[in-house]
Design a protein around this ligand. Structure first.
Ligand code: FES
Length: 112
C-alpha cells in the first residue's frame, strides 16, 4: 500500500449535497460529491465510453450516466449495469476548510 498523497480539491463551502464538483489530475477527472455530509471522490468518467458522470443524475447512492444509462453505486464505485466495471474511489478528509483527496491510487500499478 502506498503512502497517501493528499491534495487540496475544493473548499468545503463549495461541496453541495448530491451535486458533483470535479478536479482534473494526471489526465483523470475525479468527481467529488457529498451524499451524507461526508465528502467522497471517485473517477468522474463512465467505464462504458467515458461519459461525464458529473452530469449524471444522483438518486440515493446511485448515479446514472447521462449518455447511455449505466448506473454506479457511489458508495462502492461498483457499476450496477456491468459487473466488470468499477470506478476507482479516493479517500477524502476535511482539513482547514478544504476537501482533501488522496490521489495515491493514481500512482499504483496500471494493472489493477
Ligand atoms: S458512456 Fe456512460 S453509459 Fe455509455
Amino acid at each position: 500500500m502506498s503512502e497517501p498523497k493528499w491534495i487540496k480539491a475544493i473548499p468545503v463551502a463549495e461541496l453541495h449535497r448530491h451535486k458533483f464538483r470535479q478536479m482534473r489530475i494526471m489526465s483523470r477527472i475525479i468527481a467529488i460529491t457529498n451524499l451524507t455530509n461526508v465528502p467522497m471522490a471517485l473517477d468522474g468518467e463512465c467505464r462504458h465510453m467515458r461519459g461525464p458522470l458529473l452530469e449524471g443524475k444522483i438518486d440515493g447512492t446511485t448515479v446514472t450516466c447521462p449518455w447511455h444509462g449505466w448506473q454506479y453505486d457511489l458508495s462502492t464505485g461498483q457499476c450496477l449495469t456491468e459487473q466488470w466495471a468499477h470506478l476507482r474511489k479516493y479517500d477524502c478528509k476535511i482539513e482547514n476548510g478544504w476537501v482533501m483527496v488522496d490521489i495515491s491510487p493514481l500512482f499504483v500499478s496500471q494493472s489493477e
